[in-house]
Structures are given as structure tokens and as C-alpha cells.
Design a protein around this ligand. Structure first.
Ligand code: GUN
Ligand code: ZN
Length: 435
């Protein structure tokens, strides 16, 4: 057993979905709290006087001023190979893919390139307080080996997969139904549940896979019942029309995935901005998940996601940055844009709901709620020390904020990587802003 370590500051974490349990029961807040960590897990948490009374004397305590401890952020949709093409100008989805994304992803045929970008990407996640993510590689098996090698070395809980894509992209980026299946299988065998790593079968989206390939993706899911599936869905009107023309025998976009057995409680669909009623109902029935990617949906002009609509159907929703179409690695900035999208839909995104989506809601979306998502005793100790006074403006505004609700909202509107003072992974400090 390692020596327990204690951290004393204000502590906030999510306990449930405000839509299900109400705002009060959705969180725990200790203005003067202590978090005790041992062997990579949460050992104790609560008000300082209570926790310290139950812990042995001589406990190693680190104390923070004007800081807020929370659990790490969870990004349910992101592309690591698109790190160096973030902020590419001018296009909507299909042209953006052809003009910028595919040429960038070509570079990952070289494992050394993948290894370099994986390190940059994981550094960027840590400096933004993201401790778990669901990640696309490229079509190249080597890109996913490079990614998992780097995340395993940092002991970060990551889900990733090799893109399956056998048509409608340049030749240099295509696999075949057979090679996509075999490479994915090999990666599952090598990486799924190795340390904290988990695998997701990753057909890019319906237009870039043949029926044969989608059938083999379904076969992999049937063969390995606890691997994940990630793809894109109903992001852009032109994309939807294209899918309908490619699969005329199916009822619509979601039905293509449904037909090949790709729906389920470990299946995460990015975007779902333009779902039909019947599709939303089917997602609820199959317990499939939506990743809401606000900065990407605005950047590519895709549309305004209907969060309460998904909620009414009982669909689990997580937040995603979708970098490189997303414009920030910061989940705080992602919440900022989510708030504005909901404003345009005449819906208020409460900061405690936003906290839930970025932490416990993300964990539930990824079926990781028994491991991460909050700081309940026994969970893996992935946590953040947030700086409420990260900039002069934040400091001035915080001094004018009168309760937790206001502080949290200001943090979400003004905060970004500058607000992340430290990031801990499995109880170890892996990022310190001031170093
Ligand atoms: N649809 C298919 N591929 C992609 C991608 O890389 N990014 C986004 N945003 N949508 C996609
Ligand atoms: Zn994406």
C-alpha cells in the first residue's frame, strides 16, 4: 500500500443527473473539504473536520487557496490525429474532410509521426483537465498502437480504435473489409483492458464503409461483448442525404447502423444533430449514446443539438470536443458553447447539469461510472485542482460571485486551460500549470 495523501481545498463533484435527482442531490460541495487518495483510488472525501477526525494523525496534507478540486473531465468524442489541423478554414463537413482531414490523416502511416502527435495530444488533454476520452485513430493500425503506447505509459483511462473505412476516401486511406476486421481484432487482443486502456470498434461513418465492412464491425461487437463502438451520425444535411442514397433499402441514417448490429449501450454516436423522431426513439430503446460536440457543431455549421429532446427519450448524452472540427480541447470552453447552443434553442443549461455532463454523465455514457466520473470512495483518483483566479478578469468576477452556482458558471464561461492548475491521474500529479 502506498502512503495516503490528502488534499485540502473547496471540493465539488457530481452525484447524479439534475434531470433525474434534482439540483440539490446532483452534487456534493465542501467549501473546506479534504480528499484522501491511496493506491490510485479515493480513500475518503468530505468536510475537512470530519475527514481529518477519521484519518490517522500525521497524514500528508497539501492545502490549496482559491482552488476547487473536482473529478477529471471526460471527453466522449475526439480525434487525436486531427490535433495539428485544428482551426482549418471555411468548409462544412464533407469538404472539410476531403480538403483538410484526409491529407492530414495520411501522415499516420508513419508510426513515428503517430507517436509524436499522441504525446502532444495527451499533453494537451492533461493541460485542459481531461483525464478520460473516447478517441479516433486513423485507418492505420500503427496510429492506434502509437496512441495506446503513449496513454498506457501515462496510465490514463482511454478508449480508442482504428478507423474502418473502405470506400469514398482517397486510396491511401482505405482498408478492406477483411483487413479492417483483422487489424481491429489484433488491436483488441493487444490493448483492450491492458491496464486502463479500452478498445472501440470504429467505422468512421456510414458513407465510408461498404455493407460488407459494417457487417464485419457488427461481427467484432458480437465476438467481444465489452468492447465499444464509436462513429458519427446525422451531423450535416448533405451527409444525411448521401447516406440515404447509398443505403436506399434502409429507413434512414440510424437504421443503417441498426441493420448491422451497431447499436447498444456501449455505442457512442457523435453529433446526432438532425435526428428524426423515430431515430431518437430507437436510440433510447437500444440505450445507445450521443456525444454532443458544441464547438464542432458551430465551427462546421452543422446545427444546434436538442439536449432536452434527447433527455426526454432517456438517451445518455456525453460532451465531446471533436477536435479537429472542434475548436478547443477545453471542456470548460465546450460547456461555454453548449450553453450558447441551448440558449439559441430557448433552453437553459444549468452549470450543475454542465458539470454532470462533463464528468459523471460522460462516465455513464462510457459505462465507466463504477471507475471514474466523480470522487466517490473507491473510484480511480483522476482529479483536478482548478484555479478560480486564473486571470485578472476571473479573479475580479469571482470576487463578485456570491454562491457556488455563480462561481461555477463564471468558471465555465471564462475558464479554459489557464484554469487548470493541476491534473492528477490515478493519484499521481501528471500536470502542473506553474512548472
Ligand atoms: N464524419 C466523418 N468523419 C468525421 C470527422 O473526422 N469529423 C467530424 N466532425 N465528422 C466526421
Ligand atoms: Zn468526430
Amino acid at each position: 500500500m502506498t502512503q495516503p495523501k490528502a488534499y485540502r481545498a473547496a471540493i465539488l463533484h457530481s452525484l447524479g443527473d439534475p434531470a433525474q435527482v434534482g439540483l440539490e442531490a446532483s452534487h456534493a460541495y465542501y467549501p473546506d473539504g479534504v480528499l484522501v487518495v491511496a493506491d490510485g483510488r479515493v480513500r475518503d472525501i468530505g468536510p475537512a473536520d470530519e475527514v481529518l477526525a477519521r484519518q490517522p494523525a500525521g497524514l500528508d496534507i497539501t492545502r490549496f487557496e482559491n482552488r476547487l478540486i473536482t473529478s477529471g473531465f471526460i471527453d466522449t468524442h475526439i480525434h487525436f490525429p486531427q490535433t495539428e489541423m485544428i482551426a482549418s478554414y471555411g468548409e462544412q463537413l464533407l469538404d472539410w474532410l476531403n480538403n483538410y482531414t484526409f491529407p492530414e490523416e495520411r501522415k499516420f502511416v508513419d508510426q513515428a509521426h503517430g507517436a509524436r502527435v499522441a504525446e502532444l495530444f495527451l499533453d494537451e488533454l492533461l493541460r485542459n483537465g481531461t483525464t478520460t476520452a473516447m478517441v479516433f485513430g486513423t485507418v492505420h493500425k500503427a496510429s492506434v498502437d502509437a496512441f495506446f503506447t503513449a496513454s498506457h505509459a501515462r496510465n490514463m483511462r482511454m478508449i480508442a480504435g482504428k478507423v474502418m473505412m473502405d470506400r469514398h476516401a482517397p486510396d491511401y486511406l482505405l482498408d478492406t473489409p477483411e483487413s479492417g476486421y483483422a487489424d481491429s481484432k489484433e488491436l483488441i487482443e493487444r490493448w483492450h483492458k491492458k491496464g486502463r486502456q479500452l478498445y472501440a470498434v470504429t467505422p468512421r461513418f456510414a458513407p465510408t464503409s461498404t455493407a460488407e465492412q459494417l457487417a464485419l464491425a457488427g461481427k467484432l461487437l458480437a465476438e467481444y461483448d465489452d468492447v465499444y463502438m464509436q462513429t458519427h451520425l446525422s451531423e450535416n444535411q448533405q451527409e444525411i442525404e448521401w447516406v440515404k442514397s447509398l443505403f436506399p433499402e434502409q429507413k434512414g441514417y440510424l437504421d443503417v447502423y441498426d441493420h448491422f448490429g451497431l447499436l447498444g449501450d456501449r455505442s457512442v454516436f457523435a453529433h446526432a444533430v438532425h435526428l428524426e423522431q423515430e431515430e431518437a426513439a430507437r436510440m433510447g430503446e437500444t440505450d445507445s449514446v450521443i456525444s454532443f460536440c458544441p464547438t464542432s457543431n458551430l465551427f462546421l455549421g452543422s446545427g444546434l443539438f436538442d439536449l432536452p429532446g434527447a433527455e426526454q427519450r432517456g438517451i445518455r448524452v456525453g460532451l465531446g470536443t471533436d477536435v479537429g472540427a472542434g475548436t478547443s480541447f477545453s471542456m470548460l470552453q465546450t460547456i461555454n458553447e453548449a450553453y450558447k447552443i441551448q440558449q439559441l434553442r430557448r433552453h437553459k443549461l444549468h452549470p450543475l447539469k454542465a458539470l454532470y455532463l462533463a464528468t459523471l454523465g460522460g462516465a455513464r455514457s462510457l459505462r465507466l461510472e463504477d471507475k471514474v466520473g466523480n470522487l466517490a470512495v473507491g473510484k480511480e483518483a483522476d482529479f483536478l485542482v482548478l484555479d478560480l483566479h486564473a486571470t485578472p478578469l476571473m479573479q475580479a468576477r469571482m470576487n463578485n460571485a456570491h454562491n457556488l452556482f455563480e462561481q461555477l458558471f463564471v468558471l465555465m464561461m471564462l475558464g479554459d486551460d489557464r484554469a487548470i492548475a493541476q491534473t492528477y491521474i490515478y493519484g499521481e500529479c501528471r500536470y502542473r500549470r506553474d512548472h
